[in-house]
Design a protein around this ligand. Sequence first.
Ligand SMILES: Nc1ncnc2c1ncn2[C@@H]1O[C@H](COP(=O)(O)OP(=O)(O)O)[C@@H](O)[C@H]1O
Ligand SMILES: [Mg+2]
Length: 275
Amino acid sequence: MSLAAEFTGIGPPRGAIKIDSLIVSFDGRRVAEDFDLATAPGEFVCLLGPSGCGKSTVLNAVAGFVRPTKGRILLDGVEVVAPGADRGMVFQQYSLFPWKTVLENVAFGPRMTGASRAPAYLKAREYIDLIGLTKFADAFPATLSGGMQQRVGIARALVNRPSVLLMDEPFGSLDAQNRRIMQREVRRIWEQTGRTILFVTHAIEEAVAIGTTLIMLSARPSRVRERIRNDGQMDRTKLIDDLNTMIMEEVERQQGRLDPAGGEAGDKPQPQGGS
Ligand SMILES: Nc1ncnc2c1ncn2[C@@H]1O[C@H](COP(=O)(O)OP(=O)(O)O)[C@@H](O)[C@H]1O
Ligand SMILES: [Mg+2]
């Protein structure tokens, strides 16, 4: 079976996330509030927002690492109550096992869920091919570049055939050139697998380059400020400008320089179309 068929060929499309009136508080301090978001299967959703606004918290709540204080999160109609194999997580730190080869790292998930060695390795090799590291299957992580290690992290998440791929600023530690290469890679992998991707970044150009849906969050406590369809119809320079204006406003708001409700009258950018 081809990889695309493996993801999309069986049963109804998977990967619909619904976040309903989510509130997350830590020690009584709200980090997310009235947070609502629904995504369709196969969307590539980028969550944008100022540093510290609550992006990782929301992603971790979808992953099941953080419990909602109020509200709920559904994945394909099933409430998220704990981490699960239907959600694959890719972190900025590659979190690979340094003593295992690429092949062993990628085969680890299937092995953990009971696959015997030969089929687990066969499956792992498919995903190593997908991410373009066929020649490096027997290499150890320390001998690979940052971008290559990040590819292994993606393969390790995908091999469990998750309904959604959750990525938290995955390319934040790469240099500019590798970052652009990885952006193209993740976009290609998304096209080939049809996975829903929820991708956290504070880099506007990155989001515009890869996402089909751009979600601008507000200052902490975060909620969805704007949802923009990024289908190439909109003027790219203007889109980036508008998003920069929005994020600057939210940074200022978070630092307490704007009032919490809506900024000064007449100082708001025009609505961005799409919805
Ligand atoms: N487990 C936690 N306990 C207490 N505070 C937390 C915890 N996780 C995150 N926070 C706080 O929540 C806020 C939002 O954090 P985070 O979601 O990491 O923001 P972002 O990813 O947008 O930079 C920050 O003020 C952070 O210190
Ligand atoms: Mg974060």
